[in-house]
Design a protein around this ligand. Structure first.
Ligand SMILES: [Zn+2]
Length: 253
């Protein structure tokens, strides 16, 4: 038998492995994203003890091969209940789906864990636009990834503008409205609506605007695309999140 270890973790996803076994996808404080085989969970009552998005203290056996841990036992350490708001549930799902896509070095797992834990604790009490706080969370993840996004000077004239009007395709760098108007080669740019530009500039302190500012469907689409392009420009990998499509649809209602 392999060594027994303990790990605190957020349960991100459950997949059926066989009739009586499940695979738990867990983001652990020490180990980052791991797969855990839960054998012999037959009864519905036992399965009901496991809730996606909640935190548990797991006892695990280290993997023999294939990198899959074996579940010893577990106990609930924090329940995060999103049954009151499908939007907040989607935003919580966005975070765990995002984490499942990132390559996080094991030694950095604790800081990512803390950010996720804070997010799950904070979300249920949010009043106002969930999409706005999602973007702020995403920017915090970008900072941890070493690619901090900020409303920097215009990519073309290097001035700090009052208004952005577009971003450069490929690099996702922001472009001011003056450059936008004078640029002959408009194909290089993706336009941003005035509301998108305003949100971008306010994002670092967006907590003060949650009740007053609501992204419309255009701003939602544009900013989600901008952040996706920004990630792609740095990591050369896409950042398509299915949960984010759900959140965007819900936010448009
Ligand atoms: Zn400019």
């Amino acid at each position: 038998m392999k060594a027994r270890v303990s790990e605190q973790g957020v349960l991100c996803k459950i997949s059926q492995y066989s009739e009586s076994s499940l695979i738990l996808h867990v983001f652990g404080r020490q180990r980052g994203m791991v797969s855990v085989l839960a054998k012999g969970i037959r009864k519905k009552q036992e399965q009901d003890l496991l809730a996606v998005l909640s935190e548990y203290e797991f006892n695990l056996y280290e993997p023999v091969a294939g990198g899959v841990y074996l579940l010893g036992d577990f106990s609930l350490s924090a329940e995060h209940d999103f049954s009151q708001s499908v939007q907040k549930w989607a935003a919580a799902q966005c975070a765990v789906e995002l984490y499942s896509k990132l390559i996080i070095p094991t030694e950095e797992a604790p800081v990512y864990y803390k950010l996720l834990q804070t997010w799950l604790e904070y979300l249920p009490g949010v009043e106002g636009s969930v999409m706005l706080v999602w973007w702020r969370f995403l920017l915090r993840v970008f900072t941890l990834l070493g690619i901090p996004f900020s409303a920097t000077p215009c990519a073309l004239c290097q001035q700090s503008p009052e208004h952005y009007a577009a971003y450069e395709k490929g690099s996702a760098r922001l472009v001011c409205s003056a450059c936008c108007e004078s640029l002959p080669d408009q194909d290089r740019l993706t336009a941003l609506s005035p509301l998108s530009a305003r949100i971008l500039q306010l994002l670092p302190g967006i907590g003060n605007y949650l009740g007053r500012l609501k992204p419309d469907s255009i701003a939602t689409q544009q900013l989600n695309q901008l952040f996706e392009d920004y990630y792609q420009a740095h990591f050369n990998r896409d950042l398509k999140l299915r949960s984010l499509q759900v959140l965007a649809q819900l936010s448009a209602c």
